[in-house]
Design a protein around this ligand. Structure first.
Ligand SMILES: NC(=O)c1ccc[n+]([C@@H]2O[C@H](COP(=O)([O-])OP(=O)(O)OC[C@H]3O[C@@H](n4cnc5c(N)ncnc54)[C@H](OP(=O)(O)O)[C@@H]3O)[C@@H](O)[C@H]2O)c1
Length: 255
């Protein structure tokens, strides 16, 4: 495993995304992921699977302190009291005393961001939330949010076909984590000829190159979603090779 150092905290660079993983499939995939060695799990109140994620973490036997667990509040629940109530619900479902990272899932135009961030800070003061972050925020929105709380993360869509130069630059300046969601573009980049060619030279698949390219960047981690054990395993098998500077630049130049 590789770790990203953010504000003196070490975050596992590769996590498991769980959007559209539900019911038994979700519990099985999360438990399998933890047994493979994943120590970073991404869920959200909107995914309707916190209960299964919690069950799987408990069944895995992995110590809670070893897992970096993220959940997210949906914008319709951004009002102060509602955000607190929904996070307490999450903790119950996840069978844990705290989450490592709580995110605002999308920006809102109806509730001022400061109101939600204030609620999140109260949760943080009570030890229910270790770090506060946002998702799908523009650099300007992150800057505004930082007036209300220390922002640990901005989770955005980032992959070889969807670049995020401004957010990447801001993450490096402000020392926050850029969590790359949809890191393999839900499969859309699996046939890319450049990724394929680079993969062949390392004995790795296209998906492995796409993931390695992300986690090899400063302040970036990636959270691919996978259901089958084969995908879970192969996505995790990216710590035994390194892309050269030229390969990093070549992938960075893809559109
Ligand atoms: N903050 C947000 O607004 C937001 C939005 C979207 C996503 N997310 C988070 O980011 C996570 C990842 O994004 P995503 O699920 O949209 O897309 P993704 O991770 O880019 O792609 C997932 C798809 O790729 C397949 N796949 C996984 N590993 C593979 C491999 N090695 N080879 C071939 N195919 C493979 C999966 O199939 P199988 O499932 O069949 O294995 C699934 O269909 C989500 O689960 C969620 O946690 C956050």
């Amino acid at each position: 495993m590789m770790y990203k150092e953010i504000q003196s905290e070490k975050v596992p660079a590769l996590g498991l995304g769980t959007y559209r993983l539900t019911g038994k499939d979700c519990a099985r995939a999360v438990e399998q992921a933890l047994s493979i060695g994943y120590r970073h799990i991404d869920t959200a109140q909107m995914y309707g699977n916190e209960d299964e994620v919690g069950q799987a973490m408990q069944a895995s036997g992995v110590d809670r302190s070893e897992i970096f667990l993220t959940t997210k509040i949906w914008p319709s629940d951004f009002a102060h009291d509602r955000a607190i109530e929904k996070t307490h619900d999450s903790l119950k479902k996840l069978r844990t005393e705290y989450v490592d990272l709580l995110l605002m899932h999308w920006p809102s135009s109806s509730v001022p961001h400061g109101e939600t961030l204030e609620a999140m800070r109260e949760l943080q003061d009570k030890g229910k939330v270790r770090h506060i972050g946002v998702s799908n925020f523009s650099p300007q929105q992150v800057e505004d949010a930082a007036h209300h709380a220390t922002i640990f993360c901005n989770q955005v869509e980032y992959n070889a076909g969807r670049h995020q130069d401004a957010i990447l630059e801001q993450a490096q300046e402000m020392d926050y984590l850029l969590t790359a969601y949809r890191p393999i573009a839900r499969g859309a980049i699996l046939n890319d000829a450049t990724l394929k060619e680079i993969g062949e030279s390392h004995g790795k698949s296209t998906a492995q190159v796409a993931l390695r390219w992300l986690i090899q960047q400063e302040k970036v981690c990636a959270i691919p979603k996978a259901t089958s054990e084969a995908h879970l395993k192969s996505n995790f098998d990216i710590f035994d090779f390194e892309l050269t500077d030229a390969e990093m630049k070549r992938i960075g130049g893809l559109t």
